[in-house]
Write a protein that binds this ligand. Sequence first.
Ligand code: ADP
Ligand code: MG
Length: 254
Amino acid sequence: NHSSEYILVAEKVVKRFGGVIAVDGATVKVRRRTITLLIGPNGSGKSTLLNVIAGFYRPDSGRVVFEGRDVTGWPPHKLYHLGMARTFQVPQPFHKLTVLENVLLAARGHPGESFAAPLQRRRWLPREEELVDKAFSILKLVGLIHLWDQPAGQLSGGQMKLLEIARVLMSGAKMILMDEPIAGVNPTLAHEILQFLVKLRDQGITFFIIEHRLDIAMKYVDYVYAMARGRVIAEGRPEEVVSNPLVIDSYLGG
Ligand code: ADP
Ligand code: MG
């Protein structure tokens, strides 16, 4: 039910691609207001599981329960309306629009095309003013406020990731799914991004993220699931999971 300690439960999920079993009966539960990490070697089924949860793939069997509701097979846009959103490994903002406009366009029920027109040329409606205020406070939170009127296409890779997070926050998401949010980012920025996720978690957002760079991510996360060959092979506190021989073997054995 709604007041359950878990915002998300994915139970016995199976997903095949032709003859390949990408996810083979994986169960994960995500507690509210946590950063829950999914680790595992390449090809272990992490992205596939995330995509089943986010509605990009329909599982062959098993179920996904979000906020007490069975949402198995729901398309991403319906999940988005319930408050679940996924950022992409490679963020896709509108490069010619400004940072602020990109955030505004992510608002739930945004006025659409009107925001794509130059913002400064006309008076804003009260609803729009509210959204602009919200967008600015989110940009402040993610540390992009000084770039608000820059075209998004001019941001660095790391700033693009921050922009993508800002856009998901603007959508009003309660739970954010991320596939390798710090991949390809320098260590300093990686720590900044993770610290920033902790701040958001403390404000009530739940994160379920895939990460490879355990060394960097470990100290920021609350709970870890480890996958190998489509299955969950370990779960627990970060320190427990990284020192688990099964987990260590799975990385060595590939
Ligand atoms: P991970 O994210 O842990 O690296 P994936 O979920 O991407 O693993 O992949 C798990 C397995 O499923 C791999 O063997 C991969 O080749 C296979 N796979 C993933 N996506 C597809 C797809 N769209 N079509 C066919 N096989 C896929
Ligand atoms: Mg992957």
